[in-house]
Design a protein around this ligand. Structure first.
Ligand code: FES
Length: 105
């Protein structure tokens, strides 16, 4: 069973916003899509671009700021060239105002 760790508060990730957190040296990007918080590894699988700095497009995709690959924030799937592999996703739990994510493996 996964352990969940507090990484931020809901106020720190407003609707449409994002926030970088780090857990055990793993960079994780939090996104708030219409009030739902999602967590994906902050690493573009093309060449390591920082996804937290990307623009959210099409409601649920983030555009890598380096070369424009798009990832589905809900599933981590790479949805456009030049990335082909998914980035990791982490389960999210809310505890009041606290955001907890599954401990990265
Ligand atoms: S590093 Fe993300 S598209 Fe190249």
């Amino acid at each position: 069973m996964s352990e969940f760790i507090k990484v931020a508060t809901v106020d720190e990730v407003p609707v449409g916003g994002s926030k970088l957190v780090e857990v055990d040296y793993v960079r994780v990007a939090l996104f708030n899509l219409d009030g739902e918080i999602y967590a994906i590894e902050d690493v573009c699988t093309h060449d390591g671009g920082p996804l937290v700095e990307g623009t959210v497009v099409n409601g649920c995709e983030v555009l890598c700021p380096r070369h424009g690959a798009r990832f589905n924030i809900r599933t981590g799937a790479a949805v456009s060239f030049p990335a082909f592999e998914a980035t990791k996703t982490y389960a999210v739990q809310l505890d009041g105002n606290d955001i907890l994510i599954e401990q990265p493996a």
